[in-house]
Ligand binder design. Sequence first.
Ligand code: AMP
Ligand code: GLY
Length: 429
Amino acid sequence: MKVLVIGTGAREHALCRSLSQDPAVSELHCAPGNAGIARVAALHPVDQLDGAAVTALARELGADLVVVGPEAPLVAGVAEPLRAAGIPVFGPGKEAAQLEGSKAFAKDVMAAAGVPTARSYVCTTPEEAAAALDAFGAPYVVKDDGLAAGKGVVVTEDRAAALEHAAACMGAPPGPPGGRGRVVIEEYLDGPEVSLFAITDGTTVLPLVPAQDFKRALDGDRGPNTGGMGAYSPLPWAPEGLVAEVLESVLQPTVDELRHRGTPFSGLLYAGLALTSRGTRVIEFNARFGDPETQVVLARLRTPLAGVLLAAADGTLGELEPLRWSEEAAVTVVMASEGYPASPRTGDPIEGLDAAEADGASVLHAGTRSGPAGEVLTAGGRVLSVTAVGADLAEARAKAYAGVAEISFKGAQHRTDIAAAAAAGQQLP
Ligand code: AMP
Ligand code: GLY
């Protein structure tokens, strides 16, 4: 099977690494990729948002499967011309991808499907936003309706800051021009967060193993929200039966609702969940594999990946054998650039990549590129995702951090508490 992966991040590197280990994959390509992906796949400098260019590349390569990694090409509708050309695609079409592309759309689908989520208001004026904030009280949760690379959500006790973010999302002063005009304000959900992914062909839903992400930039869950600073799996503290419950109350009803609307969702449905004192609630949906959770989930998957993704793409997921998982634990720690998430610096050489791998970590590249002399340079906010597996979380964590300690670049930052509480056997609140 010839597979083309679209994207540039550590998630795509993890996907490419798993695909490259699948004996069914004869050729692996990635567009546009990064310096790490170049070691396992042939790179092609194609604009991932350009559906015609991606389709032309897939045709030229004779791709049997295209796997779209990030949300931006999915929401831009890159899957449509591929499907129209008869090429199997892993990833939803433009309309189903609105589950991630518009938080207001996701809320509407959840309401129709009876999926438990935070109560919310969609607001278009500062007055409506102020009234919604006061209806729920602090802490305030303010979400940009559209895509914002993990940075569109502000959770704060500060009403003025909440109003300011709402204004920025709506495009009103003092926000930037070109705001999308809508903001979602919702009730605060307490309790630990879980990321649960499911692969679906639009009918059959196959949940993967749960993982936990660390969204805040700094230790102790302080600092701004980011795309994710680390992750681990399994979750020893998660209630028994969680996956079955979420399949029944969240994943299957959502997939069924989109199929009934005539816009079936095929690809990866990502449920971001809060386990609140009043039950499980959806915080958000994403329409693609999570980053960095994918790095730990795929590290534990034993079933070869390509056949699973192809079955989702061609509608035969129901015929697949149950997925097989390793009992081992996996931890990934994100190394980010100085200034991430606000204004990351780039262009610095990265040292110690081979030493980290020699220590047993798997170094997945995110924002990297090859320099003129073959050196690896930083090229984005999140730079690397240093991943390790071990007999338990403590061992996986020790190996991942040993890998991080080998790597250096100017201004590098990472959290030191990824999986710490879970590895120490703490019951999360
Ligand atoms: P989202 O982009 O919707 O996943 O939001 C990013 C992060 O903001 C989530 O992972 C949560 O940590 C936090 N968050 C979002 N919505 C809520 C909520 N209703 N209550 C508490 N925290 C939230
Ligand atoms: N790790 C969060 C996300 O992928 O959206």
